[in-house]
Design a protein around this ligand. Sequence first.
Ligand code: ATP
Length: 443
Amino acid sequence: MAEQDRMDKLVSLCKRRGFIFQSSEIYGGTGSVWDYGPLGVELKRNIKDRWWRSMVHARDDIEGIDAAILMHPRVWEASGHVATFNDPMVDCKTCKGRFRADKLHDAQCPQKPSKHPGEHTTCELTEPRQFNMMFKTYMGPVEDSAAIVYLRPETAQGIYVNYLNVLQASRQKVPFGIAQIGKAFRNEITPGNFIFRTREFEQMEMQFFVKPGTEDEWFEQWRQIRWQWHLDLGIRPERIRWYHTKPDELAHYAKDAYDIEYEFPFGWNEFEGIHNRTDYDLKRHQEYSGKKLDYFEQEKNERFIPYVVETSVGADRCTLAVLCDAYDEEQVEGETRVVLRFAPSVAPIKAAVLPLVKKDGMPEIADRIFHDLKHRFPTFYDDGGAVGRRYRRQDEAGTPFCITVDGTTKEDGTVTIRHRDSMQQERVDGSKLGAWLDEKIRS
Ligand code: ATP
């Protein structure tokens, strides 16, 4: 299957089955903003929950926070975003498009067609210019420059400005981390590739505060932890790779950075960054706020500003990687079977309960099982149409298990479980379904 074809099919499946819709579609859509539908919201939430559990619940050296999107405008001066959050842009005098100078190969230039079919005029590009990507808005009743606030372009700054609060409230000691999941906004000039590059997105960021001199060791450790996390999510190892950022590509605050790239249908691209941010951010906030942000290490009677190792992954890009990784088509009995092979732990629906036919007491038993399971797992009930069609519908939604109530169920209480990936069936005691599913979903 051609890669563009694969991407088009995924986008159309996402709409048809309620994973992802274009924002404000009935008005013609908003540029590069997307809404998550009933299945998409579950998928993304499962990914975020896994991240939160691994960062905050499973470790005793990381605390979670949820900072506001709107922050004091000085935050963005201190962070360097007002001065440097720019992409060099070029304009095309022919098609009027605007593109990132460093990513011209991504530019989807429409190039005005010439009078002769099949021929196109070429783009005539201006010199690169700087363009600030932060969204501005006003706080309070007066729209003047004193009231300007920004929609945060990253969640990390909400962590730095709360570093002291968390340190004091939690009694953590360096090394320790603060994790946050939240929205970020960037006025991207060349957004696109579905939910890959959007103007409103969600980040899952963790800032780990360490003693200067230990940052390289922690950097390596976090690289390994984050790599393994993606594998545990079910991402195929051959579809991820490291990209070591070159010195001239490093952000102004970074000493070292690695990206984890995924092989999307449109090519290898970053979906997580692991950065050694040095003491840049805390130093700058100390300078701009006038508040002391150093750390006192009692045992050594030493004061220092911690270094920061950051792990930053987009919840939407990660969701896209999971969707691309899961999408599969195969020929079964002369028909194309479309299946989303999600790991059971991230699948939006864990099980579907299907009475084989709508008679002989089967719907009643199926209904009982459904209500029983529904309290523990996202479960779906479907009694419409031939059972083969119902299986296919669940394949497209990525539901790992279909539980069918048939004639034998009434006799011995067993049900058929049909596995999404292998299409194999097995009989399981109906009274043990909860425990059976629990075990499969956890693994
Ligand atoms: P890119 O080079 O693709 O613009 P970046 O290096 O600017 O990304 P970071 O600032 O390191 O990205 O942000 C960390 C993560 O946040 C990225 O790895 C990505 O998953 C996510 N992210 C950043 N920008 C966007 C966006 N416009 N849409 C969706 N996710 C994004």
